[in-house]
Design a protein around this ligand. Sequence first.
Ligand SMILES: O=C(CO)[C@@H](O)[C@H](O)COP(=O)(O)O
Length: 221
Amino acid sequence: MEKKHVLVAPSLLAANFLELAKEVDMVNRSEADWLHLDVMDGHFVPNISYGIPVISHVSKHARKMCDVHLMIERPEQYAEAFQKAGAQQLTVHAEICPNLHRNIQQIKGLGMKAGVALNPHTPVQILENIINDIDVVLVMAVNPGFGGQAFIPQTLPKLRQLRALITEHKAHALIEVDGGVTVDNAAEIVAAGADVLVAGSNIFSAPDPEAVIRQLKAAGQ
Ligand SMILES: O=C(CO)[C@@H](O)[C@H](O)COP(=O)(O)O
């Protein structure tokens, strides 16, 4: 099979928050490509994580692209604040955005890359008329809200459908997969179509997180 250059985005949700600077240092030193930052509001998802002030400090310390995943209602109210806080890519959920095209235009107008996230039950066909406008599709392989959950196997055929849709529309959106990604399943996720692997607990709970990042990056070899 053809070799593929895989991007890796450690998810800071699984980091030790008391040692946040050291955790970001580890990501900076590593072969990781992006730093994935999960924002949860306790409404769209049943959990609350961190928000704008934390991202503002983290982004100043980070030397990787800050990839912010908004699991919040009314993301349009906060897009500018996240851009000012250092977000370089902002992803909103299709399920919470009745005016998704407007959200994408707003994010791009603020100078950020724009992503759309899909929950496990949301079909890829929902992106048919917007796929050429977006930079990344974030495919949730768990129900969003918590780290450390098991990868939902139906994600694999969904990734193949999304790859076919992107090819059919001659689009350039990257496919990012998030939730339950580990060194054990990374190769099959990449083979199914993923370009970017988000991993939280597998990286941050490992004795050698940089080695895990290296192994994830090798998933396309
Ligand atoms: O967005 C989310 C969870 O909602 C993810 O980014 C998780 O943080 C991934 O964590 P692991 O499943 O890799 O532990």
